[in-house]
Design a binder for this molecule. Structure first.
Ligand SMILES: [Mn+2]
Length: 336
């Protein structure tokens, strides 16, 4: 017999936990514990290393050796796990919980052989996601800096070029910098040049700030760049509609850099830029993307040392949950 250990007997009457255990494909008794107790996995779901029976794996990539400015995102996955316990398990907008429909687990963090060599570290990331991909498991990731997205795409993108929905302050299509072409400001240049992403089915949303001169590649390769001013002119509904038209039924990856949000909503990040969208506006845009053929997603660049009261990690966990819920409806999951 399960108990509501916080002692809220009224709550226990309202929610039939026995039914939840019976119906949910993903269940952990930690989900019943007060969110400030226990070991903080993503959303309180079970932690397991074995991936073969999963539909979706939640993965941490505690890596920040790809940054061009301030560090700290290596601590992102741990703090997002912590704040995710506050986010909970139910999506009020979609009226669903992905844990009832699918087998989802926190598969832990990417194990690194080395974090002191970008090329080798990216190889470790690619190897880990290759295992998930071979098992037919869809990954949703908490970073880490944005350099992690390129090796993830290398591991999971099918032979056909995929579409990209990218929220960010920066286009991240810069040239090599300080001796490396694998840093966090160029994953999407690498993804296009490697033939993983179709630039004409790539949209970059929320772009602004003084690094504009670095994004020439986005324009030359015909990626769709939605500056923050245009985002506000169009509104989240029209932007979501444009994304849906651009992506159709083809495979799509969603990459969300938390610095897309205004620093008022996400101060804890390495390269913040004032004048961004709110957490709500980002969520509203994502909510317009139900039914896309999502093959994976990530939430990157949360840097807890620069955060205040967990605002950024909470926003990150909330957006990660929204992407997870979108993925839960993806046709890409209809594999078995
Ligand atoms: Mn970025």
């Amino acid at each position: 017999m399960l108990e509501w250990r916080a002692g809220g007997t009224n709550m226990a009457k309202l929610i039939n936990y026995e039914e939840i255990v019976k119906k949910w494909k993903t269940f952990s008794t930690d989900m019943l514990l007060p969110s400030y107790t226990g070991i903080p996995t993503f959303f309180g779901i079970p932690s397991q290393k074995e991936v073969k029976d999963l539909d979706i794996a939640l993965v941490g990539v505690p890596f920040d050796m790809g940054v061009t400015m301030r560090t700290g995102t290596r601590l992102g996955p741990r703090e997002i796990r912590n704040q995710s316990r506050i986010v909970g398990v139910y999506n009020h907008h979609m009226r669903m919980t992905p844990f009832a429909e699918l087998r989802v687990a926190d598969v832990g963090d990417v194990p690194f052989q080395t974090t002191y060599n970008l090329e080798e570290a990216q190889h470790d990331i690619e190897t880990f996601y290759g295992t998930l991909s071979s098992a037919g498991v869809l990954p949703i990731t908490a970073g880490g800096d944005h350099s992690i997205t390129f090796p993830i795409l290398k591991a999971i993108a099918p032979k056909k070029k995929i579409g990209l929905v990218h929220f960010d302050t920066h286009c991240d299509t810069a040239q090599p910098f300080a001796g490396s072409g694998l840093h966090h400001a160029c994953p999407f240049r690498n993804a296009v040049e490697s033939g993983l992403v179709d630039p004409e089915r790539a949209i970059q949303i929320g772009i602004r700030g003084g690094f504009e001169l670095l994004w020439q590649f986005s324009y030359e390769s015909k990626m769709r760049v939605v500056h923050i001013e245009e985002f506000y002119e169009l509104g989240s509904k029209k932007v979501a509609q444009e994304i849906r038209e651009m992506m159709g039924d083809e495979p799509v990856y969603i990459s969300f850099d938390i610095d897309c949000l205004d620093p008022a909503f996400a101060p804890g990040t390495g390269t913040p830029a004032a004048g961004g969208m709110s957490t709500f506006e980002a969520l509203q845009t994502l909510r317009g993307l139900r039914g896309l053929n999502i093959i994976g997603g990530d939430l990157v660049e949360v840097s807890p040392p620069f955060d205040l009261a967990g605002i950024t990690a909470l926003a990150g966990a909330t957006i990660m949950f929204e992407i997870l819920c979108l993925a839960a409806e993806s046709p890409a999951l209809a594999r078995s």
